[in-house]
Ligand binder design. Structure first.
Ligand code: ZN
Length: 372
């Protein structure tokens, strides 16, 4: 397997009318270009993913998996960017190369496998769809109605024998809008296979809303006793206080309530079923560590968090003093914006264990979307 997946993301999105270019805007809970990366990696068809970017867009790219993805700078036009990427991977002596537009996040892994299968017998395999609208060709003042049966619409990913595409690109003098046209202009055979209707290109801002999702809510509650001289952790933040929360873990009631909210919304029972308190290996575990596998699963199953509302119930410490710190910490831990999180402090009129400053409780409600 010496195949490479090139994602062209250097475009300027002139039709998109937004500060953030379309390939870096959020779509179905993650940045648009990430969908293509995730699917290419999940398909296990490729040695590396090559992300071709515009140098000016670097600030929009976070947490790139450097082991599997190589980022390179593109050129002013699509075919220049593409050739830069081909030149870059030449030293790896690639077998097959897939070229894909970062603004098409919806292709399936099945399509990748299908393209790959056909490339055994052809040098270029292209997915296509058929138009549904009537298409006219304007020739000066006359209109000609084109026969729909004869028209196909090219999509990406397109896949090629590396050497053939490289040679064609090297000697190309035309402006090409996609790589299949290089083969067509040179009268070389191209295999067209059925593409996917949902694999549309994000062009306008409203395209970002073309996603189907389901809404779910999860509620979480937790309470721990306070113990003298223990460190107090709330929302992953070490809060200066004379006591900390007693428990098998660090007792972070905020994170425990959020974990239960996430598990609730995804219908995965509760924190105790994942971290049983009788298991020695979880003794003194940090709650930030407990959150990691739960979040990984959550995002892997195409969920995204809309907002979290939290009630922290205690007499002391005063929440207002640490609110900002806790919200920043939660936003970092959960990969959210700060304005998606709300934290309220609640006292209990000196009633019961909490009122006597012997315990801290927390409840959280989480609203999530699952993209389908
Ligand atoms: Zn707990």
């Amino acid at each position: 397997m010496n195949n490479y997946f090139i994602i062209l993301a250097a475009g300027n999105s002139t039709r998109f009318r937004s500060k953030i270019p379309k390939q870096y805007s959020m779509y179905k809970g993650i940045q648009t270009f990430q969908h293509s990366i995730n699917k290419a990696l999940e398909s296990k068809l490729f040695k590396k993913v090559i992300l071709v970017i515009n140098r000016k867009h670097k600030k929009y790219i976070h947490n790139l998996d450097k082991k599997n993805i190589i980022e390179i700078n593109g050129g002013k036009l699509r075919h220049i960017s593409c050739f830069k990427a081909l030149k870059f991977i030449k030293k790896f002596k690639p077998n097959k190369v897939f070229i894909h537009d970062a603004a098409r996040p919806n292709f399936s892994i099945k399509l990748l496998k299908n393209l790959n299968k056909y490339l055994k017998d052809y040098s270029a395999v292209i997915p296509y769809t058929k138009p549904v609208e009537t298409i006219l060709n304007k020739n000066k003042k006359n209109f000609e109605i084109l026969k729909k049966e004869n028209i196909i619409i090219n999509q990406t990913p397109q896949c090629f024998n590396f050497k053939k595409l490289y040679d064609l690109s090297k000697y190309n003098k035309f402006l090409v809008t996609d790589e299949s046209s290089l083969f067509i202009k040179n009268n070389l055979k191209v295999k067209f296979i059925k593409g996917e209707e949902n694999n549309f290109k994000i062009t306008k801002k409203s395209d970002l809303n073309r996603a189907n999702f389901e809404n779910y809510y999860g509620i979480g509650f937790d309470i721990h006793r306070l113990k003298k001289y223990k460190k107090l952790f709330l929302g992953g933040v070490n809060i200066p206080y004379h006591s900390g929360l007693q428990g098998h873990s660090d007792g972070d009631v905020i994170l425990h309530a959020i974990i239960d909210g996430l598990l609730g919304a995804t219908r995965k029972k509760d924190i105790g079923s994942i971290y049983p308190s009788d298991k020695e290996k979880y003794k003194n575990i940090r709650s930030t560590t407990m959150l990691l596998p739960i979040l990984e699963n959550f995002y892997k199953n195409r969920y995204s968090i809309e907002n979290i509302d939290i009630n922290l119930i205690c007499e002391k410490p005063k929440v207002s003093k640490y609110r900002k710190k806790i919200i920043i910490s939660l936003a970092n831990l959960l990969n959210l914006r700060q304005n998606q999180i709300n934290l309220k402090g609640k006292t209990v009129e000196k009633l019961g264990l909490i009122g006597k400053e012997k315990a801290i409780a927390c409840e959280a409600i989480v609203s999530v979307k699952k993209y389908v």
